[in-house]
Design a protein around this ligand. Structure first.
Ligand code: SAM
Length: 347
C-alpha cells in the first residue's frame, strides 16, 4: 500500500480543518479578502501577505484534499487504463529518475504538503528526503503518516518558509519541488535559497504551475480563468513559464531541460480529468462537479446542525472555484500544473 492510511480522512473529518472551530469562519473571510479586488485584494497585497494567505488556505483545505485527493497534492499526466493514484506515482517516479536519486543521497522536497510524494520517492529511490513546509497542520499530519508508513528513517518534514530556509549552505545533494513554488511571492528568492542549500553540481527539478504561450493577456475569458485559478489555489499570481526560466538563471542555475508535461497525457485522459466528471472510478465521485455541489450543500447542512465549523461550506466553495477554473484552463491549454524544469548548480 503506497498511501498510508493514518486516521484516513472521512467526510466529517474533511470539514474539521487544521483550525479551532471558531477560527474557521474568520480564516475564510481573511483569505477571501486577499482575493477580492473590491476590498483591495490585489497581487501586491497577496505577495505582501503570502505566508498568512497560504497558511489560511492550507489550514482550511488540507483535510478536504486528503479526503478527496489523497496524500499527494498535485496533478499528473494521465494515460488510459491507469488509475488516478498510479498516475501520480508515475509522475513522482519520473521526477526522481530525472534527478537520478539513489540510496545515500540527501534530498530536499520544497513545499512538501503532507509528504505523499516524499514517501513514494524515498521508497522508489532509497534516498533520504527532508521536506520543508510552512504549515504546522500539514507537518503534524505528514509526520504521523511517515511513522505509520515505517519511513521515519528516510522521510522528515521540517517547519520553515522556503523563502528563507532553516538549512545550512550546501546541505543537500539534490532538490525537487512539486507544484509548490507557484505559491512564492517571487520565484527568484526561493530558487536562490535552493541554490544556496545545494552542493555544487547538485540538481533541482520540479513541476511548476504556469500560464502557457496560448494565454492571451488581452482575452477577458483567459483573465477570468487565471483569476479563478489564483483565488481557488492561494496563488499570489500565476505567471508565464519564462518567469520560471529567468528566475532559475538569475538564482545561478544552469537550465538543463524544460518541458510542459501536460500534452504528454493521452488526449482522452487529460491531467484535469479527475475534476471533470468524466472519470469512471468510484473514488472520483467527490471530485466531480455534481459530487462537489452535493458536498458543498451537505457541508452547509452540517454547519447548520453544528457538526461542522461555520465557514466550512465556504471552503468547499473556494475549492469548487479552483476546480472549475482549472478544467477551463486545461481545456483551453492556457495553463499547466506541470511545467517541468531540470537545473544544475555549477561546480
Ligand atoms: C499544492 S501543495 C503541494 C505539496 C506537495 N509538493 C505535494 O505535491 O503533495 C503546496 C505546498 O507548498 C507549501 N508552501 C507554500 N508556500 C510555502 C512557503 N513559503 N514555505 C514553505 N512551504 C510552502 C504549502 O504549505 C503546501 O504544502
Amino acid at each position: 500500500m503506497t498511501e498510508s492510511h493514518v486516521s484516513r480522512r472521512t467526510f466529517i473529518d474533511a470539514t474539521r480543518t487544521g483550525l479551532k472551530e471558531t477560527e474557521v469562519g474568520p480564516s475564510v473571510e481573511a483569505y477571501k479578502h486577499l482575493h477580492s479586488e473590491k476590498e483591495g485584494g490585489d497581487v501586491d497585497a497577496r505577495k505582501k501577505s503570502y505566508a498568512t494567505m497560504i497558511n489560511h488556505y492550507y489550514d482550511l483545505v488540507t483535510d478536504f484534499y486528503e479526503f478527496g485527493w489523497g496524500q499527494s497534492f498535485h496533478f499528473g499526466p494521465r494515460h488510459r487504463g491507469e488509475a488516478f493514484l498510479e498516475s501520480l506515482r508515475r509522475h513522482q517516479h519520473w521526477l526522481a529518475s530525472q534527478l537520478d536519486l539513489r540510496e545515500g543521497m540527501e534530498v530536499l522536497d520544497v513545499g512538501c504538503g503532507v509528504g505523499g510524494p516524499m514517501r513514494n520517492i524515498a521508497r522508489f529511490s532509497g534516498a533520504k528526503v527532508t521536506g520543508i513546509n510552512n504549515n504546522d497542520y500539514q507537518i503534524k499530519r505528514g509526520t504521523a503518516q511517515n511513522r505509520a508508513a515505517g519511513l521515519y528513517h528516510l522521510c522528515r518534514l521540517e517547519k520553515g518558509d522556503f523563502m528563507k530556509m532553516p538549512f545550512e549552505d550546501q546541505r543537500f545533494d539534490n532538490a525537487f519541488a512539486i507544484e509548490a513554488t507557484c505559491h512564492a511571492p517571487d520565484r527568484r528568492p526561493v530558487f536562490s535559497e535552493i541554490f544556496r542549500v545545494l552542493k555544487p553540481g547538485g540538481r533541482f527539478a520540479g513541476y511548476e504551475w504556469c500560464v502557457t504561450d496560448a494565454f492571451d493577456e488581452k482575452n477577458q475569458d483567459h483573465q477570468r480563468i487565471r483569476k479563478g485559478i489564483e483565488t481557488g489555489n492561494a496563488l499570489p499570481a500565476l505567471t508565464p513559464t519564462s518567469v520560471v526560466d529567468d528566475a532559475l538563471r538569475a538564482a545561478g542555475f544552469e537550465i538543463e531541460e524544460t518541458l510542459d508535461r501536460a500534452p504528454s497525457s493521452d488526449p482522452e485522459t487529460p491531467w484535469y480529468l479527475p475534476l471533470t466528471g468524466r472519470e469512471n472510478d468510484f473514488r472520483g465521485i467527490q471530485r466531480r462537479p455534481l459530487g462537489r455541489a452535493f458536498i458543498k450543500n451537505f457541508v452547509k447542512t452540517l454547519e447548520r446542525v453544528k457538526l461542522a465549523p461555520q465557514g466550512s461550506s465556504e471552503v468547499s466553495a473556494v475549492l469548487n472555484i479552483a476546480a472549475d477554473a482549472l478544467v477551463e484552463g486545461g481545456e483551453l491549454g492556457i495553463m499547466t500544473p506541470m511545467y517541468f524544469f531540470k537545473a544544475r548548480k555549477p561546480g
